[in-house]
Design a protein around this ligand. Structure first.
Ligand SMILES: C[S@@+](CC[C@H](N)C(=O)[O-])C[C@H]1O[C@@H](n2cnc3c(N)ncnc32)[C@H](O)[C@@H]1O
Length: 284
């Protein structure tokens, strides 16, 4: 089966001539991606890997995937490993994606924060190009008129350094921003040429940081809520179990965890209560 896919992959890009992705090279790449990011690539992702990494071969002027693997595993491979992960990650996101999560934050979490609490911490873990943390920032701004008297911070992290830079710049194509409700778009964004830029009152709430969820975390927390949506779908169950356990440690008592629409903690973590619609509350 691998051989058939290899031939199909090579034929898909005639400009690469004889370059093919052998089982051995694919296996090394799968192992490196898993080791560095936790992303588990099945054989069905072979054409995706081929398509995304052939650009790296071209950029480095390499004639084979074997040569590319040698670069990755060589003494100076660390930089290319970052580029490889950037190329492999799937960064699909959007403003107000899965909007019921932001409704829940505004209507059921923020109004019930303990009386006297003035500190608020929310983590967008796997924030991609920043639409998710900016959506959280807009939700806080509109649900908490006295936000400026709070010590409120949103941490936005992703393993993909290109995405973190995009988020920090805070500029998006106008059609992407059309998913923002008009009154919030008017209040919190400005047109810059053909793009839309997030307002300073949103940017000042967010700290963007490159962070691999599988490695050590530099922050202490605790967080009132963690959004880790459409990220663990790429991880195997043992990796998910470890991650959800670490999220529980990072949340304050009763803190909330939001996961993506096709993700579940069922049989993966016993430390959360499911509130419905992929919203979880820390039990212990
Ligand atoms: C599909 S996007 C989801 C973005 C956003 N959370 C949303 O739901 O719209 C998944 C993101 O997870 C990031 N990611 C994958 N593996 C990661 C890891 N080990 N550590 C941190 N981020 C990771 C990817 O770079 C990508 O930007």
């Amino acid at each position: 089966m691998g051989g058939v896919l290899t031939a199909a992959s090579a034929l898909a890009d005639p400009s690469l001539g004889e370059v093919s992705l052998t089982d051995q090279d694919f296996g090394r790449i799968v192992a490196l991606v898993r080791q560095h990011s936790g992303i588990a690539l099945s054989d069905s992702k072979r054409d995706l890997v081929y398509g995304r990494l052939r650009r790296r071969l071209r950029a480095l002027r390499l004639g084979s995937f074997a040569a590319y693997v040698a670069v990755l595993e060589g003494p100076d491979g660390a930089e290319e490993q970052v580029r490889m992960i950037n190329a492999i990650t799937t960064n699909l996101t959007g403003f107000f994606r899965e909007p019921h999560h932001f409704d829940h934050l505004a209507q059921s979490i923020l109004p019930k924060l303990p009386r006297g609490q003035r500190r608020l911490r929310i983590w967008s873990a796997g924030c991609s190009s920043g639409e998710e943390p900016y959506t959280i920032a807009m939700t806080l701004r509109s649900a908490m008129p006295d936000l400026d008297s709070w010590d409120a911070r949103i941490l936005a992290t992703d393993i993909d350094t290109d995405m973190v830079a995009h988020g920090e710049a805070g500029r998006y194509a106008a059609d992407r921003a059309s998913a923002i409700p008009p009154h919030l778009r008017r209040a919190h964004t400005q047109a810059v040429g053909s793009q839309v830029e997030m307002g300073a009152e949103l940017k000042s709430l967010i700290s963007f940081l490159p962070l691999n969820l599988l490695q050590a975390w530099p922050m202490r927390g605790p967080f009132d809520a963690i959004f880790c949506r459409n990220v663990v779908i790429y991880f195997d169950k043992p990796t998910q179990r470890i991650l959800f356990d670490r999220f529980a440690e990072m949340l304050c008592p009763g803190g909330h965890l939001f996961v993506g629409h096709s993700e579940t903690l069922y049989r993966v973590s016993e430390r959360f209560q499911h509130l419905g619609r992929t919203i979880y509350r820390k039990l212990r």
